[in-house]
Write a protein that binds this ligand. Structure first.
Ligand code: GLU
Length: 477
């Protein structure tokens, strides 16, 4: 932050903080008058009160929102969250983040987000289905849900099951719509979903970390050395994002997960935590008690101060803030959640020289694979269906030619690799990896190529804002 920035006495709200972050990036761009304000403004936000008949035999009134931050590209895209913390400020901030996220990773969508203020764990499956179907119907009839206009996805507290219900509501209301399944992403694979979508955000964040470790200049900036194997990692949140990310980093890259914080408590173990085992323990016993290193006497601030190489907040916004950022003892913070570091917290980390890889990049894997799912739904064919066997045949001929030329038989692993055509999951992973690498390149070029930019977040926003501005200017929207 430069001395031009006003220092707010108290933390700004999530949405205000995001707006200040965008302003900081806008200083590095020379946009025509009015365009910056147009980009920043939330286009519209729908607030609903809707009744649902619950198991107690009484109608309860629920409150939900859907914000469309931008429609310069359609559909507007973003998840639906079920949590007690949902409010309009949060939904607007998350919708705006979707706009910047999509632009950064070249996903041709506007930004949107929705939420219902409920604690999903307190409702039966029947109640959740009734709430979801009613909310979806309200969104459809008000023009906030359609394949070409606004396409939700899972977020905190929702998953493939809810997306399946939403798709069914849309299909019932629009039985003649040939592209109906593209009205929502993150659906069950058996109902128009795509393999790899559930773990996409965690997988994308893993690709981001791997890319970081391929860049000596960025490693040096964080004071990191060597490769990922053995690196000490602390993860806050073991939901869909945190779980998959921690699992991949430890099982595939050899990193050591030394701390995990879940809703039920904390696990600290310097020898490394077996993430899948811990998840299983939590599911079976409902808490960390009885798990080696499990503790319920550690608060979030103390946990976030655990010394480590990478600190990964993967739960919810506002976790690293003015009040605790000074005690963070990580070499780098990786924002796997949306908005986990507040504007004030970010300022402190910057002053302390702790780099932050920002949310709009790190967690973009979810919406990237949503984009693949949407394309699949519109094309009505699974990826690889036309060319997979052709590739296999070509691989087989290459193996045969190699063997004829050398007079030797090919190594079994190489033979298998050459003779396997890419299936849908392999294609999704390849597309996601490419997306994360490409975006890292662009952030890095802006960051290292501009002396006035001293953090990844500003660089990522500059990249995203430049693309959005160009779309507005090119299309005259
Ligand atoms: N909820 C996810 C996010 O925050 C995914 C959004 C989507 O796939 O549309 O990025």
């Amino acid at each position: 932050m430069s001395s031009l920035d006003a220092q707010p006495a108290v933390e700004p709200s999530f949405n205000e903080g995001l707006s200040m972050t965008v302003d900081r990036a806008l200083r590095h761009l020379d946009l025509p008058p009015g365009l910056a304000a147009q980009i920043k403004a939330c286009d519209s936000v729908l607030q609903l009160h809707f009744p649902v008949w619950l198991d107690d035999g009484v109608y309860h009134i629920f409150r939900g929102w859907r914000a469309t931050h931008s429609s310069h590209l359609l559909p507007a895209k973003g998840g639906i969250r079920y949590a007690v913390c949902v409010d309009q400020d949060e939904v607007e901030a998350l919708a705006a983040l979707m706009t910047y996220k999509c632009a950064l990773v070249d996903v041709p969508f506007g930004g949107s987000k929705g939420g219902v203020r409920i604690e999903p764990g307190e409702h039966s499956e029947r109640e959740l289905e009734a709430i979801t179907r009613r909310f979806a119907r309200e969104l459809v009839v008000r023009g906030y849900l359609s394949p070409g206009g606004n396409v939700p996805a899972p977020d905190m507290g929702t998953g493939a099951r809810e997306m399946g219900w939403i798709a069914d509501v849309y299909r019932t209301l629009h039985p003649e719509e040939i592209n109906a399944l593209a009205c929502v992403t993150g659906k069950p694979v058996t109902s128009g979903g795509i393999p790899g979508r559930i773990e996409a955000t965690g997988r994308g964040a893993q690709f981001a970390v791997r890319e970081l470790f391929r860049r000596p200049e960025d490693m040096a900036l964080a004071g990191l050395e060597g490769d990922l194997a053995g690196k000490r990692i602390v993860v806050q949140g073991l939901g869909n994002v945190g779980f998959h990310l921690a699992r991949y980093l430890s099982e595939e890259d050899g990193a050591r997960i030394v701390g995990v914080m879940t809703r039920e408590g904390v696990v600290l173990d310097d020898r490394g935590i077996a993430v899948a085992e811990l998840r299983d323990h939590l599911d079976r016993h409902g808490g960390v008690a009885g798990y080696p290193g499990g503790r319920t006497d550690v608060d979030a601030d103390a946990f976030l101060a655990t010394p480590c190489d990478l600190l990964i907040p993967a739960a919810i916004e506002g976790q690293i803030h003015r009040g605790n950022a000074a005690s963070v003892q990580a070499k780098l913070v990786l924002e796997a959640a949306n908005g986990p570091v507040t504007f004030g917290g970010d300022e402190i980390l910057r002053q302390r020289g702790i780099p932050v890889l920002p949310d709009l990049y790190v967690n973009a894997g979810g919406v990237t694979v949503s984009y693949f799912e949407w394309i699949k739904n519109l094309s009505h064919i699974r990826f690889g269906r036309l060319d997979r066997r052709l590739d296999e045949g070509r691989g087989e001929r290459i193996v045969r030619a190699l063997e004829q030329m050398t007079g030797r038989s090919t190594d079994a692993a190489l033979r298998a690799e050459l003779m396997t055509g890419a299936d849908e999951l392999a294609l999704v992973r390849s597309g996601l990896d490419d997306t994360m690498r490409q975006a890292y390149d662009e952030i890095s070029e802006t960051f290292h190529g501009n002396d006035a930019i001293d953090d990844y977040r500003t660089a990522a926003f500059v990249v995203a804002l430049r693309k959005i501005a160009n779309t507005y200017l090119d299309l005259g929207v």
